[in-house]
Design a protein around this ligand. Structure first.
Ligand SMILES: [Zn+2]
Length: 381
């Protein structure tokens, strides 16, 4: 293992020793666990009999990433086909990486010659022709604003359209660019893969035949159904650029008034609603929701690409939630670093750092230093 990672791992271990009692997983003895170690190995098909032994396992192994299964099993340590699934939490995954405004500080780097640049990762290094080019993500505040916005849309939809109560939602920050939401209500834990798929497609507004939302009564149209995604998409039309006449008709239809529409207007409103539906729909990874063999990070464990805590949250925390303030581990020791690639400005707790240039040497509090090491931007001197 590289020396830098050994040192980072020792801080991870110290965190689990000192703050391990914040680690809690429901029904640990029925879950499968998965650890990714600092030397790149994946360990899975094991379980812990209770929270105490889980905490001890985290101290012992101090993994780079620590996950637990969405499903509960009769025998979680058995090979996949023999585990015997009991039920599965309904999982939603929000990752800001593909969202607008995120990724502006990402860079590609060439491991061979040290060249780097912004923008899409080239197939080979434009300077030396080497193939060993990788992308270094950067967790910036814009990503988190975008991700929080999607999370709020998701919670609202689950509450309003499906009647899911807040106490049945387990919400956690991933420690990097996203959030996980598990619905733990019994009503959803036995859903089939097909039902999960259908539900996920509803959430992202996929496959909706918008024209079916308009019912013709004589020469007039009513907008039906007047609820759920359809209603939100319709209401969102107020923000579009359209003629006053069309806006008034949209407003009438939201109020439930039968409204006269020419076929041109009907087709225009339908296509606007299709676009609008995409805007109001939470951007979840729908493949994750349908897959009951998934894992999510153990709440309050550390993320191996940032060193941040995967904090448990409640819906009312989201607006105020600031990962740069709440998630870094509380340590004051300093680590001396050499910057490998440019570092944008960043914030840990209340302290501002950077920007730093390539080659710069500096001494930083360990939580800021770990963030830079794990982001691939700096190494320990
Ligand atoms: Zn190169």
């Amino acid at each position: 293992m590289k020396r830098d990672l050994l040192i980072v791992r020792s801080f991870f271990r110290k965190y689990y020793e000192e703050l391990g009692d914040t680690i809690y997983v429901r029904n640990p003895s029925e879950r499968e666990f998965m650890f990714m170690t600092f030397d790149g190995k994946v360990r899975r098909h094991f379980t812990f009999k209770d929270a105490k032994s889980l905490r001890e396992g985290l101290v012992r192994e101090a993994p780079r990433h620590a996950y637990y299964s969405v499903s509960k099993y009769r025998d979680p340590s058995a090979p996949m086909e023999e585990k015997g699934p009991i039920s599965s939490d309904l999982l939603f995954d929000i990752d800001a990486t593909e969202l607008e405004g995120c990724g502006q500080e990402d860079i590609w780097v060439c491991e061979r010659c040290g060249a780097y640049g912004h923008g899409d990762k080239p197939k080979k290094c434009p300077k030396c022709g080497g193939q060993d080019v990788k992308l270094l993500h950067w967790l910036d505040e814009k990503c988190m604003i975008a991700a929080k916005n999607e999370l709020k849309k998701l919670i609202n939809l689950l509450r309003e359209d499906l009647g899911i109560k807040e106490e049945d939602m387990i919400l956690s920050y991933t420690g990097n660019r996203g959030f996980h939401l598990r619905v733990v209500s019994e009503k959803y834990s036995s859903l089939s893969k097909d039902a999960r798929r259908e539900l996920a497609l509803y959430v992202i507004g996929s496959g909706a035949d918008v024209r079916l939302w308009f019912r013709k009564i004589g020469a007039l149209y009513v907008f039906d159904p007047p609820s759920g995604q359809a209603k939100r998409a319709m209401q969102n039309l107020f923000t579009i650029k359209a003629s006053e006449n069309l806006k008034r008709k949209v407003s009438d239809m939201i109020k439930g008034k039968p409204t006269r529409l020419s076929s041109r207007e009907l087709s225009l409103i339908s296509s606007l609603i299709s676009k609008s539906l995409q805007e109001v729909s939470p951007k979840i990874d729908w493949m994750v929701t349908m897959d009951t063999s998934r894992f999510t990070r153990i709440p309050n464990s550390l993320h191996g690409k940032t060193g941040f805590r995967a904090l448990l949250l409640t819906p009312s925390d989201i607006d105020e939630f600031d990962p740069f303030r709440a998630s870094p581990i509380p340590i004051t020791e300093e680590i001396t670093l050499k910057v490998r690639y440019p570092v944008p400005k960043f914030r840990i707790h209340r302290n501002l750092f950077g920007p730093y240039s390539e080659g710069e040497r500096l001494s930083l509090p360990a939580n800021a230093a770990i963030f830079l090491i794990l982001s691939g931007r700096a190494e320990i001197l």
